[in-house]
Design a protein around this ligand. Structure first.
Ligand code: ZN
Length: 59
């Protein structure tokens, strides 16, 4: 995320942010795409998450 996004975030959100030791960019630890990117700094294919789905109760 950009520095302006970081400064605009609430204090509650900022508790989830860490700064990358390599590129000094802030990332949100709740966003796995950001965390994985800063692990390698290689762009990965965009994975579409399908979210949760209710499991049918067959009893
Ligand atoms: Zn980084």
């Amino acid at each position: 995320m950009s520095d302006s996004n970081y400064t605009a975030a609430s204090d509650a959100d900022k508790t989830h942010f860490i700064q990358c030791g390599v590129c000094q960019e802030w990332m949100d630890c709740r966003d796995l795409d950001e965390v994985c990117f800063h692990e390698t700094h290689v762009a990965a294919p965009d994975v579409q998450y399908t979210g949760s789905k209710k499991v049918e109760d067959n009893e």
